[in-house]
Design a protein around this ligand. Structure first.
Ligand SMILES: [Zn+2]
Length: 307
């Protein structure tokens, strides 16, 4: 037991005292019972005060700062540029429809929405729930899943790593026409090949096995995940991928998608000098020593962001 908790308990016992049990067979007079109650109340009051005083003793667990949507985005950009292993630079602009003019228009509209080129996974991928993903993401998911199941949450990972080729196929099935309106509608939810965070293998899509992504926001599982600024996913190094309060991040906000950036980065935030990367990057540095990037100026790789 922590020493301060011990002090609190000992103090409470001291106030209550060993007690003065009435003699067997004799009902104590009402005044005695009243005095006992008063003693009990003051003991409980003292114990509560002491427990409040000793509360910091329970704060040994690592603390995770609160982040805005833009700061979550900045954490991911920082991780991609500096700390996430097994990533390769993007290959440039992929062919999408085969019609050069239409592809140009799609790319223009995609960049206008805030899509950026994303790196692709290299090396051996891990696997969890029958889905390929980076090994660190797989470990995080298994740990999160154990906690989720222990409190009755049944969501699964339905998608993680996706190649640009698979992304192209998916995008084409969602593109219903060649007008700007049709293109923008597809871009609302579907990345063009080369711009999906799934290419890196650190992005996970959650949903019920029988449910759709659209339904996920209104599930108790999502309520559990987003509670207290995503407190539970953060303890596994997972953060929201397309948070609610961010404009122009490519697709509309996606409550079902999370990305692994590692617990160290989530704990420390970003160096203040990390400002030269496309997208929002103004997260707060809370603990310099813990930061993988330290306080030095972070040079993002030239391929990060739009060409
Ligand atoms: Zn996704």
């Amino acid at each position: 037991m922590d020493s301060r908790v011990g002090v609190a308990v000992a103090a409470a016992v001291a106030v209550v005292g060993p007690g003065r049990p009435p003699a067997v067979g004799i009902t104590p007079p009402p005044t005695y019972r009243f005095a006992s109650m008063r003693k009990l109340f003051s003991a409980v009051f003292a114990a509560i005060l002491l427990l409040i005083w000793s509360a910091p003793a329970f704060a040994d667990e690592p603390e995770y700062p609160e982040y805005t949507g833009e700061e979550f985005q900045a954490l991911y950009e920082f991780a991609v540029a500096n700390t996430l292993p097994n990533l390769d630079a993007p290959n440039g602009l992929y062919q999408i429809t085969g019609d050069e003019e239409l592809d140009d228009r799609i790319w223009t509209l995609a960049f206008e929405r805030g899509y950026v080129l994303r790196p692709t996974a290299t090396g051996d991928l891990g696997r969890a729930d029958g889905v390929n993903m980076q090994p660190q993401a797989a470990d995080a998911w298994r740990a999160l899943k154990t906690e989720a199941r222990s409190v009755g949450m049944g969501f699964v990972v339905s998608s993680a790593y996706r190649s640009p080729q698979a992304q192209r196929t998916q995008f084409l099935t969602k593109l219903q026409g060649t007008s700007d309106k049709a293109i923008d509608l597809a871009l609302t939810w579907y990345s063009v090949p080369g711009t999906s965070k799934h290419h890196g293998g650190y992005a996970l899509d959650f949903r019920y096995r029988s449910g759709t992504f659209g339904e996920f926001r209104s599930t108790k599982d999502y309520a559990w995940l987003q509670e207290d600024n995503f407190a539970i996913p953060k303890t596994y190094g997972l953060i929201p991928s397309y948070p609610d309060d961010v404009a122009s991040q490519g697709p509309n906000p996606e409550p079902w998608e999370f990305v692994w950036v590692g617990t160290g980065l989530v704990q420390c935030g970003l160096p203040q000098s990390f400002v030269s990367v496309p997208g929002p990057a103004s997260a707060v540095l809370s603990d310099i020593e813990k930061c993988p990037g330290g306080m030095g100026l972070v040079e993002p790789p030239p391929w990060l962001g739009n060409p």
